[in-house]
Design a protein around this ligand. Structure first.
Ligand code: NAD
Ligand code: AKB
Length: 321
């Protein structure tokens, strides 16, 4: 039996991961942590136990861990890259202060901890193509600074205190259930909404801006599989490169046009997002994840596009294929 606390359960990943974990561990408690002011209703909070857990409040984390005898914490609280640039202090407090609180509670109470890192943990001096697992990490965004700090701090707690910390560097995640929370890769979700609504998509990034992306079902599986991996096989911990597909705006646009003929896209650049995207890699090498815990994505761009369009048409009440 597993008892899991998800901090940040109402976000893009948490709203799906909470339900997936409840399905995967039907005999345990999967507790959805939310903050007041955020969306505190909906499937993650209605379908099982839920507690107010602000990650900047160590006592709230400790109380939830004690109440439900938590053994594993999924820490999904963060301020995503574009929003973080508008409030770097908040991004640090949530991303680093919050992780410190989580790791301290985990150390005292013997919990394992999953805290995602990101392609945003890399910077302009990182090799951009086939980015290796172990390479230069000098990000120029506050989001990236919190991610590199988080990777190092999590490894420190594993080495120094034996806390079972593990993580993956997620690419931009694409899903149809919950909208993304203000990142640089959000355009790759928004474009599907425009296609299904019959609107012209205003693309914030210029052609040739390549980034790694992944469909949410693969990301959820990665988050569960890394925490279930045999620890004796893990050479790395915080954090593993994982990859599924890499594309630029033109490639995803042309793929959608195969299924939505007549769909239109125009460029209306967002200088902040463009600058961030230009500093991130084009495509990661995920060999270590494949070798150390058997990582393998299931969705490529074509399979994801067909699934996204099918589900979004249903969700938005548009006649389906
Ligand atoms: P999101 O912005 O959709 O959700 C973040 C969640 O954190 C929200 O539920 C929000 O209420 C919560 N939160 C904010 N401040 C908090 C606080 N003080 N205490 C507790 N909760 C707080 O983000 P997401 O996309 O679900 O991302 C989850 C994790 O995955 C983050 O670490 C993010 O950096 C990482 N990640 C996401 C992506 C992606 O494309 N979605 C890619 C790479 C990495
Ligand atoms: C963002 O764009 O900030 C996130 C990420 C890739 O970390 N989606």
């Amino acid at each position: 039996m597993k008892n899991i606390l998800i901090i940040g359960a109402t976000g893009q990943i948490g709203s799906e991961l909470t339900l997936k974990l409840r399905e995967h561990y039907p005999h345990g408690n999967v507790v959805a942590g939310y903050i007041c002011g955020a969306n505190h209703f909906g499937p993650p909070l209605d379908s099982g136990p839920a507690e107010e857990v602000d990650i900047t409040n160590a006592q709230q984390i400790a109380d939830a861990v004690d109440k439900y005898k938590i053994d594993t914490i999924y820490n999904l609280a963060a301020i995503l890259s574009a929003v973080a640039e508008t409030n770097p202090q908040l991004a640090w407090n949530v991303g680093v202060g919050g992780l410190y609180n989580t790791l301290e509670v985990a150390r005292e109470k013997g919990c394992a901890v999953f805290t995602p890192s990101s392609i945003g943990s890399f910077g302009p001096s990182t090799p951009a193509d086939g980015t290796p697992q172990d390479t230069i990490q000098r990000p120029e965004t506050i989001y990236g600074v919190t991610k590199v700090t988080g990777e190092l701090l999590s490894d420190y707690y594993a080495r120094r205190y034996g806390v079972d910390t593990r993580s993956v560097r997620f690419p931009g995640l694409i899903s149809y259930k919950t909208l993304p929370g203000g990142g640089t890769t959000d355009y790759a979700v928004d474009i599907y909404y425009s296609a299904v609504r019959g609107e012209t998509f205003k693309c914030p990034l210029k052609p040739g801006t390549f980034m790694d992306m992944m469909y949410m079902p693969d990301a959820l599986r990665a988050a569960i599989e890394i925490m279930e991996a045999d620890p004796s096989r893990l050479v790395h911990r915080n954090s593993f490169n994982i990859a599924a597909m890499s594309f630029d705006p033109e490639i995803i646009y042309k793929k959608i046009c195969e299924y939505v003929p007549g769909f239109k896209m125009e460029y209306e650049l967002d200088p902040l997002r463009q600058k961030i995207a230009d500093s991130w890699p084009n495509s990661l090498d995920d060999t270590c994840a494949r070798e150390e815990w058997g990582w393998k994505p299931e969705f490529d761009l074509d399979a994801m596009t067909r699934d996204m369009l099918h589900h979004l048409r249903k969700k938005l009440g548009v006649a389906n294929d």
